[in-house]
Write a protein that binds this ligand. Structure first.
Ligand code: HEC
Length: 214
């Protein structure tokens, strides 16, 4: 269910950004009549589209074990700004507002795919966490929170997007390591992870399991 909604949300977002880009070009070309015609013809469908965009976004946020994580909060803010700037740009036929709107939406899109306010890729953040944290427990926790918690939950008890409850798994370390390297179905493969990173991660997974049975 969540995966279907996620793909739908993604498609809605891409089409919406293309729509804004189209209006942006028309504003740049100063085609006032074309802009008014598009505005009038697409009004109802645009509002319906926005409701779908927000509806799927809210659904995913409520289902996600991360809830209103920092990057999701920022996503809401920049998306809202994007809509406000878009409305202003359309009203005034102003290229600056339209540019700002497009920048906001593209940033929001990239936030969604990197899940990081500075738009740093996950791989880079995992390697950095391994290098900067001082002991194994902290390294494992940091890597888990960057790469795994969004599906498995911070406590390893979530089954968002059909993830297995890691706090209850009966797999041994070798089987888990294979799972992490290879992935399966919705679970991504983490072939970028170095062996030493996987080792601290496995220790943390065992810690999660111990915490839950205590
Ligand atoms: C996009 C969601 C997602 C992310 C992110 C994710 N997983 Fe998974 N994980 C899944 C799903 C779905 C399954 C079940 C796959 C199956 O059996 O078909 C799973 C299964 C597993 C299993 C096997 C559990 C069992 O008992 O069979 C392990 C171990 C695991 N994940 C570890 C991790 C680790 C460690 C990370 C982070 C590096 C991670 N996962 C990130 C979705 C995810």
């Amino acid at each position: 269910m969540e995966t279907g909604v996620l793909h739908t949300h993604h498609l809605i977002v891409v089409v919406y950004i293309l729509f804004i880009a189209l209006n942006f070009i028309i504003v740049l070309l100063k085609r006032r009549n074309a802009l008014l015609a598009i505005k009038a013809r697409t009004r109802i469908i645009r509002i319906g589209w926005e409701v779908l965009l927000l509806g799927t976004g809210i659904f995913l946020m409520l289902k996600s074990p991360l809830g209103l994580a920092d990057y999701i909060l920022v996503k809401w803010i920049t998306m809202s700004l994007g809509i406000v700037f878009f409305i202003l740009g359309m009203k005034k036929m102003n290229a600056l507002w339209m540019t700002l709107s497009l920048v906001m939406f593209i940033y929001t899109y990239l936030l969604g795919s990197t899940r990081n306010i500075l738009l740093k890729p996950e791989e880079m953040r995992v390697h950095e966490a391994y290098l900067t944290e001082t002991d194994e427990a902290l390294q494992g926790k940091a890597i888990y929170e960057i790469a795994c918690a969004r599906c498995h939950g911070e406590d390893g008890k979530s089954n968002y997007r059909k993830a297995k409850k890691l706090a209850e798994t009966s797999l041994n370390d070798d089987a888990k390591a294979t799972f992490i390297k290879m992935g399966k179905g919705i679970m991504p493969s983490y072939s970028y992870m170095k062996d030493e990173e996987i080792q601290v991660l496995l220790k943390y997974l065992n810690q999660l399991k111990e915490n839950s049975t205590r």
